[in-house]
Design a protein around this ligand. Structure first.
Ligand code: ZN
Length: 218
């Protein structure tokens, strides 16, 4: 290739890069973590389902500090259908919470609201069946609202704070922009964008794919 032409192309590319906003050029992508349907249990509810005094059996650490997948599973029973083999995640919590995709909820025949974790007032109910007993939850079933976990340092680097809503762009054949993504920043959190299986499939996302933060404010 003509050296002058190469020089001209290099100058052109350098100028285009210089014109990009610094944040967009400097910030790394955010890795995706796809949340399959799962259950968090209180100590009392775990005792009902798996037997008194039994601790959860850790199978695998999750990316967020202290969180793990347990060996224990339950069967969910709704008015229209049943989903067996739903994974329990540890550690035990103060209040039990079931997180489903919208597709899961259609299968069970219940209508859980889209909520941030822990916002359970007026949410849907379901029955849980374990090896030692059955539990009817009057509420506690949600479709978890998509969110990003960030350390305090990551949040500062991205120019956001705990509780902010941001927009994320997904590249590729099923490219979409996820708006209204909650930022959850605090000690022990590691950078990860959590979506449920419906959202991941709609956008062609799998674990570890990278998305870009493109706006703050939902
Ligand atoms: Zn999460």
């Amino acid at each position: 290739m003509d050296p002058e032409l190469i020089d001209a192309v290099v100058v052109c590319i350098a100028k285009r890069l210089a014109d990009l906003p610094p944040a967009a050029a400097a910030l790394p992508g955010i890795p995706v973590g796809v949340s399959k349907r799962h259950v968090h249990l209180s100590a009392n509810d775990a005792a009902v389902l798996f037997g008194a005094g039994r601790a959860l059996t850790k199978v695998k650490d999750l990316k967020q500090t202290g969180e793990f997948a347990a060996a224990e599973t339950v069967t969910l029973v709704g008015p229209r259908g049943v989903i067996p083999g739903v994974r329990v995640l540890g550690p035990l919590r103060r209040v039990s919470q079931v997180e489903l995709s919208r597709t899961d909820s259609f299968l069970l025949g219940i209508v859980p609201p889209v909520r941030d974790s822990g916002q359970l007032a007026g949410s849907a109910g379901v029955a849980l069946v374990g090896p030692a007993g059955t539990l009817t939850m009057k509420e506690g079933v949600i479709v978890a609202a998509r969110h990003i976990h960030m350390s305090v340092e990551d949040a500062a680097a991205y120019g956001v704070a705990d509780g902010d809503r941001v927009s994320l762009e997904v590249p590729g054949q099923r490219s979409v922009c996820f708006r209204n993504v909650l930022v959850r920043s605090g000690a022990g959190f590691r950078l990860e964008f959590h979506v449920d299986t419906d959202e991941a499939n709609a956008a062609g996302l799998k674990n570890g794919d990278l998305v870009s933060l493109v706006g703050v404010g939902g």
